[in-house]
Ligand binder design. Structure first.
Ligand SMILES: NC(=O)c1ccc[n+]([C@@H]2O[C@H](COP(=O)([O-])OP(=O)(O)OC[C@H]3O[C@@H](n4cnc5c(N)ncnc54)[C@H](OP(=O)(O)O)[C@@H]3O)[C@@H](O)[C@H]2O)c1
Length: 277
């Protein structure tokens, strides 16, 4: 039996499954196999990007799944070299995916050093109008960048995908997104390899609910109202990360987790706005 995640409603009207499969850093056959098993256990949202070099296997896995294209929500993101020509950037993504639209297209990083992210946003607005991207948004944008998009184009991103987990709880960003009607989506919701999954508090809460540490962390992003993209290449852990809708964290647990302090080795991975892609 498959276990489907609930959906969040995008401003443009679409339904975005709240749990996505994160696909970085899987490539080739490894990625295709992982996406196929994820679709089998019930994922209906796959998070890919030009930069992950895996749009091709993601597309293949979706086609091989036997699911209708319209039953799977695909997010992709294009790199910095396309900020001046979002149409060409997104078309290259679509060609690699073998699809004629994506459900959500994101600008991967604002890269203000090249000062072209407003142009990239204007490009996405047009691509949404043409139906090539059903919904549009940003990733790793700070409030100042989003304010500028809104001021200069009058169009607010539907989603901003940012690093978020209890070590880096992004309360200020979430409040800003809520004010603007932007869905927050968490990347690295499990803390990737920063030690978060080994925290005694996470294990204590997990034991209390009869759940795993990973499930507590995925559930934390759900409790704060976000969409979330945990990555796993392992079918059991994929199923585990999706099986988080039969329990709730208490407000005290949500707050206690957000109070966890990362050690010096676990600073936010990419608290930057310019990046190589
Ligand atoms: N927008 C951006 O700039 C950006 C940046 C980074 C990442 N992302 C997206 O966000 C996704 C997730 O982030 P991430 O890959 O950095 O880190 P993550 O999802 O926080 O952590 C992934 C790690 O956790 C392990 N894991 C998964 N489920 C587990 C469980 N239930 N119990 C124990 N371990 C578990 C995985 O190993 P196994 O695979 O062996 O299970 C992997 O090592 C990426 O894949 C990508 O799609 C976006």
């Amino acid at each position: 039996m498959t276990n489907l995640a609930p959906t969040l409603t995008l401003r443009s009207g679409g339904a975005m499954p709240q749990v996505a499969l994160g696909t970085w850093p899987m490539e080739g056959d490894e990625c295709e196999t992982a996406v196929r098993s994820a679709l089998e256990v019930g994922y209906r949202h796959i998070d890919t990007a030009e930069n992950y070099l895996n749009e091709e296997p993601v597309g293949k896995a979706v086609r091989a799944s036997g699911l209708d294209r319209s039953d799977v929500f695909i997010t992709t993101k294009f790199n910095r070299q396309w900020h001046g020509d979002a149409a060409a950037g997104l078309q290259a993504c679509l060609d690699r995916l073998g699809m004629d639209y994506v459900d959500l297209a994101l600008i991967h990083w604002p890269n203000p050093d090249q000062d072209l992210y407003v142009k990239a946003w204007e490009g996405l607005i047009e691509l949404q109008r043409q139906g090539l991207a059903k919904a549009i948004g940003t990733s790793n944008f700070k409030a100042t960048h989003i304010d500028r998009l809104i001021t200069e184009t009058g169009v607010t991103p539907e989603v901003n995908q940012i690093e978020m987990h209890p070590y880096y709880d992004r309360a200020a960003e979430r409040a800003y997104h809520a004010e603007q009607g932007i869905i927050t989506e968490a990347w690295s919701p499990l803390g990737r390899d920063n030690g978060l999954r080994g925290e005694p508090l996470v294990h204590e809460i997990a034991a209390r609910h009869g759940k795993s540490a990973g499930q507590v962390l995925v559930r934390w992003s759900i409790e704060v109202g976000a969409a979330t993209a945990p990555k796993s290449g392992n079918p059991q852990r994929q199923a585990e990360n999706l099986d988080v809708f039969d329990f709730q964290l208490s407000p005290d647990e949500v707050e206690a987790l957000a109070g966890l302090q990362a050690g010096p080795q676990a600073d936010p991975m990419m608290d930057s706005d310019s990046f190589g892609h």
